[in-house]
Structure formats: C-alpha cells, structure tokens
Ligand binder design. Structure first.
Ligand code: BYC
Length: 317
C-alpha cells in the first residue's frame, strides 16, 4: 500500500471519529504534532506544581494544606499520564526531560509568574485550572486514544481544583476589606496571563490548522478563550471582584463579552524564556531531577533483580 493510500485511510478514520491508537499507521506530522503538544502539556503539569508548592508550608489551616497538597499531587499524576501517552508515540522520557531542563521544550507561559500571596492559590485554582478545563474537555475527544483517555480523569480532577480555588477566593471576599483587596490584587495579576494560556490569536497560530484538521484540537485558541471569558465574568461578579480590563463590554449582537487587546509582546517574551520566573522554574525542575537520580537508579536495580529472580525460579521449576 502506498503512503498516499495510507494517508487517505487515516483521514477517513479521522472523519469517522475513530480513535487512532499507538500501533496504528499515522502520518509523521500527526505523530510529531502530538508529541510536541503532549510533552508541552506534561511539562506544564509538573512545572505547574512549583508556584503552588511554595504555599504548602504557608497554608492558613490544616484543611487548606491538605487540599493544596492533594491538588499538587494530582498535577504530578497528570504529568505522569501525559509522559506515558507521549511514550506510546515513540518519545523517550529521558529526551523529553532533557529538553525541559535545557530550556528547549515549552511549557505553559502561566507558570512563569510568581505567587505572592495566599490569594494566588485561589486565583490559580479558579482561573488557571478554569482555563485548563475549557482547553482540556475538548481534548477528551482528541483523535489520539491515549491522550483522549488520559484527559478524562485529568478533567475530573481539574474540576475539583477549580472549585477549591474559587472557594478560597470566596472566603477571602467575604472576609475583611484587606482580605478582599488581596483577592482583587491576585485577580489583577493573574487575569491577563490566564487569557494568554490559550495561545496566540487564531491568525498567528501556526499549528491550529493541522491540529483541527486531524481532530487533535476540536476548537481554536480564540474560541476557547472566548468561552473562558464568558464563563468567568459571572463568577467574578459572584465574588464581587472586577476583571482588570477597561474594554470589557457585553455585546448584545454576538451574545458574548468583548475583551481588550492581549499584550502579545509580553506573551512572546515569557514563551521565549524571559518571564519573571522562567529561570527559577527550570532550575527547580533540574534540581529535582538530579536529586531524584538515586531513586531512579534504585528502582531500576530493583526491577532488574526481580526479573532475574523470576527467571531463576522458572528455570528451577
Ligand atoms: N505557553 O500554534 P499554537 C494545568 C506555543 S497545565 C507556552 O497555537 P498549539 C495546570 C505553542 O506550543 C495545562 N507556549 O500551538 C497545572 C507553539 O509552539 P511550538 C496546560 C505556548 O499547540 C498546574 C506556539 O506557541 N495546558 O492544567 O496548536 C496547576 C504557537 O501556538 C502557549 C496544556 O498544555 C502558552 N500558553 O496550541 C494548574 C493544554 N500557547 O511548539 C493547572 C494542551 C501556545 O510550535 N495544549 N504556545 O514551538 C494545547 O491545548 C495547545 O498546545 C495550546 C497551543 C492551546 C496551548
């Protein structure tokens, strides 16, 4: 069978909404696009643990500490499912980690901003996990089976994260004037970076066309950003907080909230490695990797020993 036929069959399967599985034939571009996106997603989950980890020892109560710890552990789990999904496509885990540690791999721009107060734990849950849910629910229907299946559980956990973040802010907003101000300040700092999470405008998104054609992505960056805008505005109203966008306006004709211009220069700068915390984040991940070397070596040695024992027992029997 020629590549052309295979490609046609592949596109027919995509059109029929069939899932593509790791051992199925797939075009090189599909494989590369998936590895790129899944790896970036996996890195985002584990780098995303860092800004919150900063607050485990500062949580205001045992209950808050337990919920924050659980959320951060969930993110580690998401990273692991995603690295496994990338491995099913032939990516090597060590190569992926190396790309993260040398600054070659991208991860979500949002995690290069600092967490300055406890209210930021609320804003991350409410806005960052909120944006992630809108982005990831359609990924449950991604054409690549292992990515789609990993997303189902990830999305359930992200929903809990979003609720706990909102509840942190609701508590602060119902507290003293100073606590409410802390929540507003947090929203002021996290709003625009959250809007940037969805990626460049559709006209400037080089990967969208192919990803939409092959049903890796089901909606464009701008469509998802608009959904986030429309879902979040009423929630900000419940909190009694103001979204820091002077151009925010209800559009009677479209039935959506119109928002102001995103600072794409800031976005590009952060993605290129020059955000406030990029260097700190990569350094922390690299240190964690280096410090965990003995654990990986011990686990590998233990697995080898167990295999050896198994084959010895078989021989005796
Ligand atoms: N930050 O053509 P485009 C979480 C890159 S974490 C950095 O539109 P695409 C959580 C993009 O990679 C969940 N880079 O790309 C964890 C591309 O670069 P390359 C994070 C970005 O892939 C802890 C270039 O810009 N979610 O939930 O079609 C605590 C052009 O963009 C960003 C995911 O990763 C960005 N924001 O669409 C709390 C979801 N945006 O590779 C929460 C999975 C774009 O061509 N990923 N770039 O050099 C996606 O859905 C898609 O990859 C994107 C971008 C929508 C992000």
């Amino acid at each position: 069978m020629t590549i052309l036929n295979l490609e046609e069959q592949f596109m027919n399967r995509i059109a029929a909404d069939e899932k593509i599985e790791p051992k199925d034939w797939m075009p090189d571009k599909y494989r590369k696009t998936l590895i790129r996106q899944i790896a970036q997603h996996a890195h985002s989950e584990i780098v995303g643990m860092l800004p919150e980890a900063n607050y485990i020892s500062r949580a205001p109560s045992l209950r808050r500490k337990a919920a924050l710890l659980a959320k951060i552990q969930d993110e580690a789990g998401h990273g692991l499912y995603l690295y496994c999904a990338a491995e099913t496509l032939g990516a090597e885990r060590d190569t992926l980690m190396d790309e993260l540690h040398t600054g070659k791999a991208k991860y979500s721009s949002i995690f290069n901003y600092p967490t300055l107060t406890w209210a930021d734990m609320g804003a991350i849950g409410w806005l960052v996990d909120g944006a992630a849910i809108l982005n990831q629910v359609p990924l449950c229907k991604c054409s690549f089976g292992p990515y789609a299946r990993a997303m189902v559980r990830v999305c359930k956990e992200e929903s809990f994260h979003q609720r706990q973040g909102f509840e942190i802010l609701l508590t602060l907003c119902n507290g003293t004037a100073e606590q409410k101000q802390m929540a507003q300040d947090s929203l002021n700092r996290w709003w625009w970076p959250s809007m940037m999470m969805f990626g460049p405008n559709d006209a400037d998104s080089p990967n969208s066309e192919y990803s939409m054609k092959t049903k890796i992505k089901r909606f464009s960056n701008d469509e998802l950003r608009q959904r986030f805008m429309d879902a979040t505005k009423p929630q900000a109203d419940i909190l009694g907080l103001t979204i820091p966008d002077p151009d925010l306006k209800w559009n009677e004709v479209t039935g959506h909230w119109d928002y102001g211009e995103i600072n794409w220069e800031e976005f590009n700068n952060v993605v290129q490695g020059n955000g406030p915390c990029n260097k700190l984040r990569v350094k922390a991940r690299k240190e964690a990797w280096d410090n965990g070397k003995w654990v990986r070596e011990a686990a590998t040695a233990y697995a080898a020993k167990r295999e050896q024992r198994k084959s010895e027992t078989k021989q005796v029997a």
